[in-house]
Write a protein that binds this ligand. Structure first.
Ligand code: SAM
Length: 334
């Protein structure tokens, strides 16, 4: 094994949490993410193969101090060979913690095999509990599949099942309380995510975004929420609140109104092998090119380290000169 180095940036943050996009494709068309017609998907030859991906994961884990790997996309359950990828990632030494962010479609079938392969946890995205609103938001009639997927994940022990919800003004912003009630009843951990300017259509408008304060106000009409001081937030993106004295909690990821860049410990690898040091980065570092040109692990590790070293202090969404990154969320890996 080569010399261990860390993924530390110029502001003293160290990335240990790797988000890996397995595909940019998705079987939903959530309006805050992509247009109804979908996008021009990455051509297959541009995607990292399973072997290439595992080679990079091995570098990350053995040489760069990555301890957590989250598979995402696009929709990661659409990636052929996903169960095998998870099994090979679980066999790495030191073994990283393995999680998956998914829309839940297909999870009813895959939860058990993924658990057996070594997956530890899942986050499932669920923005509404009503069928027509689901169709309006995601432009597909798949709510029942998502709910079945969540139940299967819990039954398979992929716990805690975390639920990600994005509220859209005039669409599902009246569902904060019903979503929390549903998650409390099922033992799922709900986190609301503020809508971010990462949609392919560039349709995000600050004034239309449902803010963390508004979400808190809506939830507080039904529940008593107290900041959860029992756990150090660390690098967790969600601010956690105890619900009615706990132990149940709800989280709010206020990326726009209360950015948490100062404690960020994340780095991203796109499905086509580009390192991104931030969701909002405007530059990427090409590991796939290096890999395909025959670079040894040392060289891959130092290119990766350099990519993180250049990380900016913050995502800049609130700066007057903010420019949305060229790639949308689905192609970066959310
Ligand atoms: N397809 C998977 C899913 O639905 O969870 C994984 C990828 S998706 C891009 C990851 C998360 O990003 C989802 O919870 C989704 O709701 C969230 N997301 C997508 N676009 C967003 C945006 N513009 N602002 C905030 N969250 C967004």
């Amino acid at each position: 094994m080569g010399k261990a180095i860390k993924l530390t940036d110029g502001f003293g943050r160290t990335a240990t949490d790797l988000r890996v996009s397995l595909t940019d494709r998705c079987n939903l068309r959530c309006s805050y993410c992509m247009p109804p017609e979908g996008l021009d998907w990455l051509p297959n030859p541009e995607l990292l193969t399973d072997d290439e991906l595992l080679r990079l994961l091995n570098v990350a884990v053995t040489r760069l101090g990555v301890t957590q790997v989250r598979f995402t996309g696009g929709e990661p359950l659409l990636r052929k060979g996903l169960v095998g990828i998870v099994a090979r990632a679980a066999a790495l030494t030191p073994r990283p913690e393995l999680s998956l962010t998914t829309n839940g479609i297909g999870l009813a079938r895959l939860a058990e095999p993924l658990r057996e392969a070594g997956l530890d946890r899942v986050n499932v995205s669920l923005d509404t509990l009503t069928g027509p609103t689901f169709v309006q938001l995601a432009r597909r009639d798949r709510l029942a599949d998502v709910l079945a997927g969540m139940a299967a994940a819990a039954a398979a022990g992929l716990t805690p099942v975390k639920v990600n919800a994005v509220l859209m003004r005039g669409v599902n912003d009246h569902e904060a309380v019903p979503l929390l009630r549903f998650c409390l009843e099922h033992g799922y951990q709900l986190r609301f995510i503020e809508q971010m300017p990462l949609d392919a259509q560039h349709g995000w408008r600050r004034a239309e975004m449902v803010t963390a304060d508004e979400i808190m106000a809506a939830l507080s009409e039904e529940y008593v929420l107290k900041p959860d001081d029992t756990a150090d937030r660390g690098a967790a993106p969600a601010e956690a609140f105890l619900v009615d004295g706990g132990p149940a909690r709800v989280g709010i990821i206020a990326s726009v109104t209360r950015p948490f860049c100062g404690s960020c410990d994340r780095v991203r690898l796109t499905a086509d092998g580009q390192v991104r040091n931030c969701l909002f980065a405007r530059e990427e570092s090409d590991l796939r090119g290096l890999l395909r040109s025959g670079a040894p692990d040392d060289k891959l590790a130092s290119a990766w380290q350099l990519a993180v070293a250049r990380k900016l202090p913050g995502h800049g969404i609130n700066d007057p000169g903010f420019l949305q990154p060229a790639r949308p969320m689905s192609a970066i890996g959310g």
